[in-house]
Design a protein around this ligand. Structure first.
Ligand code: ADP
Ligand code: MG
Length: 352
């Protein structure tokens, strides 16, 4: 009975700490895919390929053509709070997806992780960590870039395994992550493949790098991810106010849906899930849509990093605005304005 003993305070060992951290960062296969693809994008990749088997439960592999990791840095990539992305002096000015140095050590703690990589001017090398046990770096053949393979997610934490959903549901969540990141990065080529069972794998999603300026690239990419219908039935948005810049596309009221699934918000290039968007869209379309209809929209809000804190959620999927009313206000007014103009155009075409 612990209450009769005098408690002893102990420092946890690194592998226990990593398993605990993994509980926050890695919820399901889709969160693994998010962390690995974000790492590829942070490494400057122009091509990212994601393969999975059995809904990502037995295998997730992300291949990129980014800057790679030098052999000597591989053990560091697996150690906690080690990152090449910030120096810790300015947590407000972050423009990479990652910055905490938590993903790889967490994944190595709860699955079988192998990183194969080749940096420019260096030899290819590989490191493996199984349930927290790291093996020595060994040479590996690779032309460039990085391949990260995670097998048997949560084999080291079986309680977690029970919370996973069907392969189909997990695969759906993976596709959703890829689509969000594909919208955020129109100049990057993405391929998603299901390699369960025999054969070369079924292609689930593919999108080539878009061409042109950012706005037309974005329009093209949204068409490929959300459908041509969306691209052809949406209004371009471009508005500035109080240091906030809003761009993107919002559906015409005639192109609405029965649920709010096709509503996407990106803050400083990062896909976020935020109630702010749902409320702002409801406000913007109040006069244009009945209450049971929901507009599709993909909106990109950019501002100085000091106006928004991305460091509030383990998966960084939520953000906190210094002034949420300002962000909401800008979305509502910009969309209302675009919708009203489109309404005028439509009625003058009918009249003329
Ligand atoms: P973070 O992304 O927060 O820095 P991670 O644990 O995800 O932390 O990655 C640790 C480090 O490993 C990164 O800072 C980066 O230097 C390196 N790294 C991870 N993935 C890649 C990749 N695909 N290409 C190049 N470097 C990578
Ligand atoms: Mg990372």
């Amino acid at each position: 009975n612990i209450s009769t003993l005098s408690p002893v305070i102990r420092q946890l060992d690194e592998s226990a700490i990593n398993r605990i951290a993994a509980g926050e960062v890695v919820e399901r296969p889709a969160s693994v895919v998010k962390e690995l693809v974000e790492n590829a994008l942070d490494a400057g990749a122009r091509r990212v390929t994601v393969e999975y088997a059995d809904g990502g439960k037995t295998l997730i592999r992300v291949t990129d053509d980014g800057c790679g990791i030098a052999p000597g840095d591989l053990p560091l990539a697996l150690s906690r709070h080690a990152t090449s992305k910030i120096d810790g002096s300015d947590l407000l000015n972050i423009n990479t997806f990652g910055f905490r140095g938590e993903a790889l050590p967490s994944l190595g703690a709860v699955g079988r992780l192998t990183i194969t990589s080749r940096a420019k001017g260096a030899e290819g090398a590989e490191i493996t960590v199984n349930g927290g046990r790291t093996e020595p770096v060994r040479p590996a053949a690779l032309n460039g870039g990085t391949v990260v393979t995670l097998r048997d997610l949560f084999f080291a934490t079986p309680a977690r395994l029970k919370f996973l959903r069907t392969d189909r549901a997990e695969a759906q969540a993976i596709a959703d992550v890829i689509k969000r990141l594909a919208m955020a990065e129109p100049f990057v080529r993405f391929v998603l493949r299901d390699v369960s069972g025999e054969g070369d794998g079924r292609e689930v999603f593919r999108t080539e790098a878009e061409q042109g300026d950012l706005f037309s690239a974005l329009h093209g990419r949204l068409g490929r991810v959300l459908g041509r219908d969306f691209a052809e039935n949406s209004l371009p948005i471009d508005a500035n106010r109080d240091g906030l810049h809003l761009t993107g596309f919002a559906a015409l009221p005639t192109y609405s849906r029965g649920s709010a699934v096709a509503q996407y918000l990106f803050v400083n290039g990062r896909p976020v899930r935020d109630k702010l968007l749902v409320g702002a869209l409801r406000g913007a379309y109040f006069d244009f849509l009945s209450r049971d209809r929901h507009p599709a929209a993909a909106l990109f809000l950019d501002c100085e990093p000091t106006l928004v804190d991305v460091n509030v959620h383990p998966a960084k999927s939520e953000v906190r605005f210094r002034d949420p009313g300002m962000a909401r206000g800008l979305i509502v007014s910009a969309l209302r304005h675009a919708l009203a103009e489109a309404g005028h155009r439509a009625s003058s075409t009918v009249a003329g």
